[in-house]
Design a protein around this ligand. Sequence first.
Ligand SMILES: Cc1ncc(COP(=O)(O)O)c(C=O)c1O
Length: 474
Amino acid sequence: MRQERKADRNGGSASDKRARRHRSTEVDNGAEAALELIAGTFSGARTANQIAAHIARLVARGRLTPGQRLPTVRRSAAGLEVSATTMGEVWQTLNRSGVIETGGRRGTFVRAAAAASAPRFWQLYPPDNDGRTLDLSEGVPDPRLLPDLQPFLAGLQIASTTSYLDAPLLPDLEGLLRKAWPFAPEAITVVDGALDALDRLIAQTVRPGTRVLVEEPGFPPLYDLLELAGAEVVGLEVDAAGMVPGALRGALRQFADVLMLQPAEQNPTGASLTESRAMELAEILLDSGTLIIEDDHSPLGSSISLGRHLPDQTVHVRSFSKTHGPEIRLAAVGGAGVPVRSLIRRRQLGPGWSSRFLQQLLVDLLIDEEVAAGVTAAQRSYADRRRAITDVLDERGVRYGPGSGMNLWIEVADERSALVALAAQGIVVAPGGPFVLRNQSNHIRVTVGAVTEGHTELAHSIADAALRRGRANI
Ligand SMILES: Cc1ncc(COP(=O)(O)O)c(C=O)c1O
């Protein structure tokens, strides 16, 4: 008995220790073999990007297999004759793009499958809504405020495609888009929604290690897309007038390959760029070589854009989901020629174009005066619904994002208990965590645009939940 206790205190019996030493030597041998393979097959410039790409290729070709232990930063830096800083960047890039995983003290391993995961996206939405809950988590427009598509579908006049090489954008739609675009785009096209546009632009412009500046808080699926592409994602603060210039200036002390922002009704804060803020940001970005990608999903389409000041450096994306319904599945992408043309050319290898049926439907909707009046009226309804809630939040001393639109970004004392308190009353809202890069935030996002009645009661429930402290303080 005494002997057992002694053995325990010393971390096991002598034979346990021998077995452990043997196992750890085996493990180290595994990591050494991986390093030998990596170093032995590598040729090229010893930059973090090149080394990361090389290791990713070894994984993709099955030369390094899932679960394979990898050497430490220090050991691999020595083996590849680069600095520990460079090697640290390599592991970070590979980790972000899902090629490897780090298990803390257990070490670093090739990931089981470099599967496309989207961690933030799936955290946003509740599991199946059983119909009994009031779901204010999704940020989608109220279907009752969208145009009725039925008569437009019935009257749709369409010409058949004659060639896969026809211009992907219907000339009538191109004319309407160019007229409404906030600046003269060098190239323009339509794809299947704003997220499709962002996904395709990222594919054209982001490689492992590309430094991308984003708004924080920001749109969770965008963070997912960037991390899957292996970008170095840097979050910049947003205030009532949009991205904060000081934050952008600070980030540009290094460099930035890409800057992504939402010019209007920023999701989740609701902030919209002012013209003077856009000018200030453009001035900072002048000569930076940074590509600016704007995601405008706001209902009326923003006339404010950095592209008015830096047209050669800006690509603007305009979604029609909020005005004409997500089922329209179209967004326009226009601006700087190189990225937009490369998107168009790359897409030719896949779907080629967005269905001209939908494009024609969008043309018919865009030129219809009743539809236009309906879109404006819908925005008034969203504003009224929002005010009905914020009046109570103001009264109760609850803070929320400064802007407009269908979402409210609400500060809460404790995110988890706010979500639980609302869920207990059958109200589902989005957690704030996925909207920030570190995935932790004392906020919730509530799609108040979806609320048609009982605003005061709902607002009080939200305020109670927002002011509720965590369990430790109950
Ligand atoms: C900021 C932002 N970007 C993109 C999208 C998706 O737009 P789409 O439906 O055009 O893909 C949304 C949808 O809510 C959004 O809020």
